[in-house]
Design a protein around this ligand. Structure first.
Ligand code: ZN
Length: 469
């Protein structure tokens, strides 16, 4: 709907509806960027205020009226100026990463940090807290406030560095300090971030990891640089809907992973990370061309049997890759003999695309012929953070999982099994670690997070990966 028409329909709504629709209306108005300038010219000087006068109570509009801020000011000083920071972002905070969603909410722009639920409750909803807000109040320019800490909003600053990057700064970091000093700050963080007490973690192996994260992340004091991330593009052929998931990562707790599809491969990219595998890295890769038929339920308990099946597929994949490489070399030699590499390259590319198409179709066929549901149980000896995992699954595929030492040393892709449980859950068995990760979909509809193109999405994945290597 073009802005002027939308504006007219807002004016015709009842006061109650108006309250519900206004934030959405404002967002639609100014995300239609091409029409933005046009709307400024075509809008009546103060259309929203006339709504107030006619229909009475409408909180946001009353605020506007009381503070004497015109609709034009809201556009020009708030929405137009800060429209580029709407959407999904990942903070640059060492290996840890994070997920920030910047949205319009009434007359505010708010940066919400999304946190996974407490470990190991992977099916619980995401938690969120505001890190900053921007609004127009008495002053005639937009005010940025830092929301970090427990003493309420205070003076902050936002700098839009370039198109897909901005940074936040707190001008009053004393507002983050607590009267009980570092110990109270740590206890509070522990309760909020992990749902634990100091006594809880005293005997646990993970206490070092927890303490390290606190020391590392709290030194930033909400002075962070953010890089834009997009939600993965989807296609009707995808095995399941791509998107964001919460996953269990042993002592590291729950982490946020983005699942995306790339031809015959699916990738799980870390949006949050840890000192072993940092945010931005590809934690799991699923080989959709190599489905795995699980043994029946009795034999599934036997880890060695499962291990044998997976290693067989690994060997097969290795052979196929070798053959492909050899074929590639043959083609290259043929090409150089022809002496016209330009012309020979194009049919070769077409062949590649054809092969990919066939294999993807193969995976789809396997999907159709596979039983809709089969019993599932973890092999004896495989450690799971959560005993409450699904006991039936739809399909399994061969895959690899990335493991590394502290500080991302000696990273290595190791064999594993991807298990599709249902539309919203999947799992991964890390063969070498003898451990299991359970992933559950993040059911939040993030606004302004669509990738403008598949190329832009691929480019984004590459960028966030290179940040930590
Ligand atoms: Zn602050």
């Amino acid at each position: 709907m073009p802005p002027p028409i939308l504006c007219v329909s807002v004016c015709n709504l009842s006061a109650r509806n108006c309250h519900n629709i206004l934030p959405a209306a404002i967002t639609s108005l100014w995300t239609a960027q091409n029409l933005f300038t046009q709307s400024l010219i075509l809008l009546p000087l103060n259309p929203f205020l006339s709504v107030t006068a006619e229909y009475g109570v409408c909180e946001n509009l009353r605020k506007l009226e009381i503070t004497g801020v015109s609709c034009r000011d809201v556009y020009a000083k708030l929405l137009h100026r800060y429209r580029h920071i709407l959407g999904l972002w990942q903070p640059d905070i060492g290996p840890y990463g994070g997920l920030l969603n910047v949205v319009v909410d009434g007359l505010f722009i708010i940066g919400w940090m999304y946190l996974p639920p407490h470990d190991p409750h992977v099916d619980d909803p995401m938690r969120f807290k505001p890190l900053f807000r921007i609004h127009l109040m008495e002053r005639k320019s937009a005010t940025v406030e830092c929301m970090y800490g427990h003493k309420g909003p205070h003076n902050g600053h936002i700098q839009i560095v370039k198109k897909d990057e901005f940074s936040t700064k707190c001008n009053q970091t004393d507002h983050h300090r607590m009267s009980g000093g570092r110990q109270e700050e740590f206890r509070t963080w522990l309760r909020e971030e992990w749902g634990r007490t100091l006594e809880d973690i005293f005997h646990e192996h993970m206490q070092e990891l927890i303490l390290m994260k606190f020391i590392y992340t709290s030194q930033y004091d909400n002075c962070l640089t953010y890089r834009r991330i997009y939600l993965p593009p989807s296609s009707p052929d995808d095995l399941l809907k791509p998107g964001l998931f919460k996953g269990t990562y042993g002592s590291h707790g729950l982490e946020i992973v983005m699942l995306s599809f790339h031809g015959k491969k699916a990738k799980g990219t870390k949006i949050t990370g840890d000192p072993n595998i940092p945010a931005g890295q590809q934690t799991v890769e699923i080989d959709l061309a190599h489905p795995i038929q699980l043994p029946d339920i009795e034999n599934l308990r036997n880890f060695n049997e499962l291990s044998r099946i997976v290693l067989e597929v690994q060997e097969q994949v290795r052979r196929e890759q070798q053959e492909e490489e050899e074929e590639g070399q043959d083609e290259e030699e043929g090409r150089s003999r022809q002496g016209d590499s330009q012309q020979a390259e194009q049919p070769a590319q077409k062949d590649d695309a054809g092969a990919e198409g066939t294999e993807a179709a193969g995976a789809a066929a396997a999907q159709e012929s596979a039983p809709t549901s089969q019993p599932f149980v973890l092999p004896v000896g495989v450690i799971s953070r959560n005993e409450d995992y699904p006991r039936t699954c739809r399909m399994c595929f061969y895959g690899t999982g990335l493991i590394a030492g502290h500080g991302f040393t000696s990273p290595e892709r190791t064999p594993g099994i991807f298990i599709l449980f249902d539309d919203d859950r999947f799992g991964f068995i890390w063969l070498e670690l003898k451990s299991f990760s359970l992933y559950s979909r993040i059911k939040v509809s993030f606004q302004n997070a669509e990738a403008p193109s598949r190329e832009a999405f691929d480019e984004m994945l590459k960028n966030i990966q290179s940040m930590t290597t």
